[in-house]
Design a protein around this ligand. Structure first.
Ligand code: FE2
Length: 249
């Protein structure tokens, strides 16, 4: 990671980004690299679905912003956001945000690299306790990086897209947070309010319903009861899945 960041480093509209085709190749290549290096293909496949889903979510939301957010740029950044997972961070001990930043910079796309880091931190004011996988040196470098940039709507959009996607699943923010809580066996996540605030930011700024856009993009039903929103599969999808399973038996 360079130290001479300037405030325009995440100016994705004016920086040189890979084309959509190049971004698709970059995404495909790092997923294949993981499999070649012995990672479980099923896990990498599901991660690949996640990456493409985030790209699709970002593009779908961008399309509803009246031209303020470029849908293709959003799609490209979605494809690239997790490129740092080219290596297993539990083995290298280098968080995937930092790995991705280095990877895209090395590939000749420093102007796209910040998305790898910014998507991990809805809150720029990071606290060491929340990021146990960061060594003190990497934590300080990341904190320094975040303090020098201002998030723009592309950074926020990929953070938001990431919230709706978990593995192969598309979830409402409520469902996603609940799953995380179950997984980590904790009552409340520190970023819970920030996650909803991020959704509200887009809803208010562009007069849209982000959760409806995401549900529609994947042919899901958005169901709201009071303040709780969940995504439901339409019945025909459940039926189709059942049939598919009975056919492969
Ligand atoms: Fe992600």
């Amino acid at each position: 990671m360079q130290q001479d960041f300037n405030s325009k480093i995440n100016d994705y509209e004016n920086n040189r980004l890979p084309s959509k085709l190049a971004a698709l190749r970059i995404a495909g290549e790092y997923l294949q690299t993981r499999i070649r290096n012995g990672s479980n293909p099923k896990i990498i496949y599901e991660h690949g679905v996640h990456v493409f889903n985030v790209a699709k979510i970002a593009r779908a939301i961008a399309r509803e912003t009246g031209g303020e957010i470029n849908p293709e740029t959003a799609y490209i950044l979605g494809l690239l956001h997790d490129v740092g997972r080219v290596k297993d961070e539990t083995v290298t001990m280098v968080p995937h945000g930092i790995e991705g930043y280095r990877y895209l910079t090395k590939l000749g796309y420093p102007g796209a690299a910040p998305i790898c880091l910014t998507h991990n931190f809805i809150d720029k004011d990071i606290k060491p306790g929340d990021y146990p996988t960061y060594s003190p040196a990497l934590f300080n470098q990341t904190k320094g990086f975040l303090s020098q940039i201002e998030y723009n709507d592309y950074d926020r959009l990929i953070q938001l897209g990431d919230l709706f996607s978990r593995g192969k699943e598309i979830l409402s923010i409520r469902q996603r947070l609940d799953k995380n809580k179950q997984f980590y066996k904790i009552k409340k996540l520190s970023y819970e309010d920030k996650a909803f605030a991020l959704r509200d930011y887009f809803d208010d700024k562009f007069g849209i319903d982000v959760e409806k856009i995401v549900a529609d993009e994947f042919d899901l039903t958005k169901h709201t009861n009071g303040t709780i929103t969940i995504f439901l599969l339409p019945n025909q999808y459940a039926y189709a899945q059942e049939r598919r399973f009975s056919l492969v038996k």
